[in-house]
Design a binder for this molecule. Structure first.
Ligand code: DX5
Ligand code: ZN
Length: 224
């Protein structure tokens, strides 16, 4: 039985950038457990988003919020310290990033924050081998990273189950195309952290969307 708490974290990639503070506050008031912040460098993925100053601004507005930062960058070893300093609680780096992953994960933890490794859709779970003792979280991508609003890739579900079997104590997050239904399938397989952008930010009422998602994913876990 999986007893890790369910976390629903809206991805601010889908927030209105001109009203970022307002949209972040609204998401938390609507029942989100924190916020997911997608950092893209235009090299690791073909899109550019935010730098550490934006995270610092979000942190200044929301000193108590849980902030999960997803680094889709070529050199997370260079940028993780900048995002930690700007207020990240968790830093998720990609196993495909060409840098010293073990040292980067250890550095994140040495700052007292949580560290995680992310797997792209084509990357097998075996790529986590050797890093197990450095992980608080594993993120299974359920789209090819780079853009919000893509269709959920079902092949992520058995990978979630494989990670849950291999690393029962770590949080398992899923990212990309997550809604109440796809989220429920991931939670039934062992995920407990749901990262969702367009589904939550485009919902007519985010409070209803989060409540519905929470009820459906909790139910999926009970029948597991
Ligand atoms: C994709 C990002 C996701 C993105 C998800 O590269 O990592 O966090 O915001 O967006 P949706 O939920 O719209 O697929
Ligand atoms: Zn993300």
């Amino acid at each position: 039985m999986n007893s890790k708490p369910i976390q629903i974290l809206p991805s601010i990639l889908s927030a209105r950038m001109g009203y970022l503070a307002e949209d972040c506050r609204h998401a938390l008031e609507a029942g989100a457990d924190g916020l997911h912040v997608d950092i893209m460098d235009g090299h690791f993925v073909p899109n550019l988003t935010m730098g550490p100053d934006i995270l610092r601004a979000v942190r200044a507005e929301l000193p108590e919020a849980y902030l999960s930062v997803h680094l889709m960058v070529m050199r997370p070893d260079l940028y993780a310290p900048r995002f930690l300093e700007a207020g990240a609680d968790t830093v998720l780096i990609h196993v495909e990033s060409p840098c010293d992953l073990a040292a980067t994960l250890a550095g994140i933890r040495a700052s007292g924050r949580r560290a995680g490794l992310t797997l792209n859709p084509e990357t097998p779970v075996a790529a986590l081998t050797g890093y197990e003792s450095l992980l608080d979280e594993v993120l299974i991508m359920t789209v090819h990273p780079g853009f919000g609003g893509q269709a959920f890739l079902e092949a992520g579900v058995p990978k979630v189950a494989e990670v849950a079997e291999k690393l029962p104590a770590v949080d398992i997050s899923v990212d990309g195309g997550i809604n109440a239904e796809t989220g429920a399938r991931c939670v039934a397989a062992g995920a407990n952290v749901l990262l969702a952008g367009s589904f939550l930010f485009r919902a007519p009422d985010m409070r209803d969307a989060i409540a519905d998602m929470r009820w459906k994913v909790e139910s999926a876990r009970k029948v597991d």
